[in-house]
Design a protein around this ligand. Structure first.
Ligand code: ZN
Length: 135
């Protein structure tokens, strides 16, 4: 299952971050996924419940946010936010566009429990994968 390997990769990043901050537990993981990443959020949630077992994120909540699809127009040079199945420039209508974002998965934020009393949040903004690598 494609999502499971994505999940395991993401969890090893999360574990590295938790170690860095000497956290005992991960409370929440916030991922941002572009619609063109090839990752199915529902399957990723499923995979996460398998992959987190025995890890530092065993009790973590996985929050999945959707990223917009953005293209850069080669004709007029402007960026537009578009729908995944219609990558046309919104300014001039040209189809010579280049994908700026929408095919990536980002680890947006990790909430750590450092001790019982305080929680700490870390925002690495690291790319876990860009869709193409796994397809
Ligand atoms: Zn344009």
């Amino acid at each position: 299952m494609h999502e499971l390997s994505v999940c395991q990769g993401m969890l090893s990043q999360v574990e590295a971050i938790a170690l860095q901050h000497q956290a005992k537990r991960v409370a929440a993981i916030i991922l941002q996924i572009g619609p063109l990443s090839g990752i199915e959020p529902a399957l990723l949630q499923q995979a996460f419940t398998l992959a987190r077992a025995g890890s530092i994120a065993e009790q973590a909540t996985l929050v999945i946010e959707s990223l917009p699809v953005r293209v850069l127009c080669r004709q007029c040079g402007q960026e537009s936010e578009v729908t995944p199945n219609r990558l046309l420039c919104k300014h001039c209508g040209d189809y010579h566009t280049q994908l700026v974002s929408g095919d990536e998965m980002l680890l947006a934020s990790v909430e750590l429990d450092v001790d019982e009393a305080s929680a700490q949040s870390s925002s690495p903004q690291q790319a876990v994968s860009s869709g193409g690598n796994y397809v």
